[in-house]
Design a protein around this ligand. Sequence first.
Ligand code: DP6
Length: 362
Amino acid sequence: MTETDFIPSAYPTIVLEGTVEWKSPSNIALVKYWGKKENQIPANPSISFTLDACATTTAVTYKKLKEKGANFSFDLSFEGKPKEDFKPKIEIFLARIEKYLPFLKSYHFNIDTSNSFPHSSGIASSASGMSALALCFMSLEKELNPEISANYFKNKASFLARLGSGSACRSIEGPLVQWGKHKNTNGSTDLFGIKYPHKVHPVFNNYQDTILLVDKGQKQVSSTVGHNLMHNHPYAAQRFAQAHTNLDDLQTVFEEGDLKKFIEIVESEALTLHAMMMTSMPYFILMKPNTLEIINKIWEFRTITKSNICFTLDAGANVHVLYPESEKEQAFQFIKDQLIAYCENEQYLCDRIGLGAKQLYN
Ligand code: DP6
């Protein structure tokens, strides 16, 4: 499959107006995407748990223009209020995907979006937001060409979401999605995320993710800037090779349900991600003192109780605490007793593995 497969030929149907709505979740990477090439092609393959509760709901109302415009025509509201400062990001996204959705300048769009998680919680909304929007546009494409197959629909939705934000391509499906060419993962591609195709042990069913909101402020360095710092990074080649090895090892872990090895890979990936930030030029640190306090508490608790609780991090100070459903009670008690004190205003979000995006309205 190549990207030209996503350039449609003339549409058989005329569609004047309508509304579509999708709810798309966030995801948390186990093997991290950090570093990219031209056109949002990842420097290494990654894999993530799709989340369930943390999601963006986006409704797009479209109306055909009398004639195709020179520019994109859209209004944007966030949680019911016009949101001008989100518009440039959407404008860039539309420009990147227009080649694959040639109808975009033929309609006026009202895009209305909201998040299930609190605004400015430090939780990245680009994965859920871009995937929800990509799905809405795919629903319109499906109206224009009802022959589109379910497979083409989800692959192209993921492909388009990737052009908005790389990690967004892993939010269309669940519970485990892999993105990026990896020689031992059947069907894996740099173009879009695929549902993890190999065996997964039931211990990973309903895995829990409690997100500790350590710092809700704006990040000092955006992911996009961070990715770019992997160009000419002194450890880039080793890091990219390590991601491939970790995916190989995870295959056995998923098959056998080896939680000890799972923890080793997932925590190492999180710390490697942050080590890449600390060793780039310019260097930067996104963890906060409380991030480290939490990590140390988790290690201490694991040593004492032999529990399988572990952590991962995204590009920020917040901590995702992962644990199997069978340990939920004990883990949650520990989180409440010992970890919440390190969160900003004691805030945290309870989430779990989810199955992907859902269409709410068509
Ligand atoms: C650390 O997908 O936010 O969360 O493609 O520039 O939008 P852009 O980056 P983004 O990067 C996510 C980085 C990460 C790791 C991951 O999710 O794999």
